[in-house]
Design a protein around this ligand. Sequence first.
Ligand code: RB5
Length: 148
Amino acid sequence: MKIAIGNDHAAVELKNQIMAYVKELGHEVENYGTDANASCNYPEYGEKVARAVAGGRADCGILICGTGVGISIAANKVKGIRAAVCSDVTTARLVKEHNNANIIAFGARIVGEELAKDIVKSYLEAEFLGGRHAERVAMIEEIESREG
Ligand code: RB5
């Protein structure tokens, strides 16, 4: 898969660890995040990854900031994006199976390297279950379409 990754200053080290891991798993990864430790603005990177995914330049995305929250909120403002914050492997699997999340997010100040890797693996290996879940995802898309 082609994976877009993005981060702010809080997550440079974890982003590099996750990029290496994703490559080890056999995926292609494109870095849209900052590589500097200087304070920056997470919405910029959330939007970059969201646009790459929504525009079809990546199959899915990984976003990392301090908590995973701000960067995922920003990404979710882009039409067609379902970005989910995951701090455990079960949530990471279920956001793909049930919500067809196209971006996962987590916090470099919340999860350590090993848990972050397990979260990523769990998400990447899961598959959307469709059926009643597809109907619910369609309802989310309908809400989005009413926003114009
Ligand atoms: C940056 O200090 C921090 O606010 C950011 O990384 C993130 O946690 C926001 O949600």
